[in-house]
Each structure stands twice: as structure tokens, then as C-alpha cells.
Ligand binder design. Sequence first.
Ligand code: ASP
Length: 344
Amino acid sequence: MRTEFSKYVVLIFMFLFLLLNACANEEISVSREYDFAIAIHGGAGTLKRESMSSETEAEYRAKLLEALQEGYHVLENGGSSLDAVVAAIKIMENSPLFNAGKGAVFTHNGLNELDASIMDGKTLKAGAVGAIRNVKNPIGLARLVMEKTWHVLLIGEGARLFAEEQGVELVSDEYFFTKRRWDSLQNSLEKESEKDRSEISIESNSYLGTVGAVALDKNRNLAAGTSTGGMTNKLYGRVGDSPLIGAGTYANNKTCAVSATGQGEYFIRGMIAHDISAMMEYSGKGLEESSHEVIMNKLTAMGGTGGVIAIDSEGNISMPFNTSGMYRAYHQSGEEPVVKIFKD
Ligand code: ASP
């Protein structure tokens, strides 16, 4: 009887020993996760080292780093991933370098129509605006749609009225005028009489310049946001993938947060951002494998070009693109920030 009893005691001790060991190992893997992290992009396209001056390259790198650090500091100070995404995107929207906010491209009839969206990975709530004019920071308005209405997407004149009601900063048409974007519209319009419109669209949009951010905060919540002026010479009223949840933006704490850039029509038809999340959710594949599969295989096979930035709930980051370059940067807690443009 006594030996039976001591056998059980030994077994219980062994079980406790194994349990403690498993917990200790778990702790090791937990400590390998990043506390918080952020990644941003400033658009993908034909970006070649040999055709970019060192001054231009330095200018882009500095602005990307500024936006990245703005978001990183929000996270470092305990702010939410949504706050970090908005902070980083606003810096890029306020710069003429990117095709979002201030630097937005022109539509066929010489207007600037902006698209943006944001998604909260914790609640799966999302907000977006499409084809809006005169709003300085569309990402901020997208967030207000998410937080102050029960809708996901507001467009055009209605979105503008909502912006007025919410007291967001409105700017004149002239605010969005940049010579570079105007010249590229004129260039595209000149060629239009000679060639097919879709061919022109591809030529005029070899580098796009949409901006986006994805982040993981200290509470392990994911968020994603994207903002754009769309594509040069797009038809008035055209809405791209950037404000469409699942196409250009997606976030789910169970899987990942994604922001896309590229020819929006392909991203819409391929449901690119959600596809990456779905692959992780249903097949159990990791972030890197899922995002590469969707961009390098699926998008490429469809004939689409562009890329994504994606982050998972451990702060791992993946940034696949099938163009020659993508303005991109990331910063994981405790590591150095990284800024990249070309395929290197
Ligand atoms: N995806 C954007 C659009 O089609 C363009 C871009 O990524 O630069 O509107």
C-alpha cells in the first residue's frame, strides 16, 4: 500500500516538474516575441537605384524614418496600434513626396480624389473614405468613420459633409497642387490620344506612392491603415483598393495586419490583404509564407504588380513585392530601425 502511495507521489512530482519546464520554455518563446513593432510603406513600383539621385533617395529615406519613428514612439509610450498607424500615416500624408494627402495624384479631369481606410485587429471594426476631396488627412477621417458611425465606408460628398460635422481640417484644391503630379497627368493625357487607356494607365503609374502602416502595440493589438490619391489619370469617381477592407487593408489579432500598394484593380479582384490573413487562419501557415504566396504567386499570376507590408501578433514583419522597389521601413522593439527602397 505504502509503495503504491509513494509511486503516485513520484508520478505527481514528475508531472509537476514537466509542467514547470514547459512553462519555462513558454516563457523563453514569449520573451523572443517583440513587445511592439511597426512597419510602413510609401508605395511600390519601378524604383531603380541607377535612376534615382542620391539627394532624392536621402529625402525619401529621411521622411520614411520620420514617419516610422513617430509611430514607434506612440507604441513605446504605451499608445495603441491604431494611434501609431494614424501618426505614421499623417506624416506621409503631409509630405509632397508620397501619393497621399498633399502629394496626391490627379484624376483625368484634374482633381485630387483621396481614398483611405483603417482597421482594428482587436474588434475587427473598420472605417474608410473613398473619392473624398479637400480633406487634409483622410486617414483621420477614416478613423472617425470607424469610431463615430456604425458604417464602414463613406464616399464623396457625404464623406465631406461628415468631415465638416466632425470638424476635421479641410484645405483648398490648391493645397494639393504639386508640379510633379500635374506634369505626370499632362504627360498621361498627351499619350492618351495615341494609345489604349489601360496601357497609358500602366505607363503613367509605374511608381504609385500610396502610403500605409501596420502595427502591434504593447497590449498585443494589431492595426492597419492605408491612404492614397489613387492612380494618375484615373477616371473621376474611381475608387481603388486602399479604402476597401480586405483588398488594400486588413487586420485581425488572430492572424496579422496588412496594408497594400499596387494597381488597385488587381488587389480588389484578388482580395489580397484578406487572403493573407485567411491563409494564416485556415491553413495555419506563418506570416512570411502566406504573404509571399499571395504576392509572389497569386498577384503575379493575375498580372498585378505591387506589394504589402504585414505584421503578425508576435511582431514578425514581412514585406513582399513583385516590383523593382517599394519604399518601406520597420522598427521592432529593442532593435534598430530599418529603411529600404530597392530590392536589397
Ligand atoms: N493601390 C492604389 C490604388 O490603386 C495605388 C497605390 O498603391 O499606389 O489606388
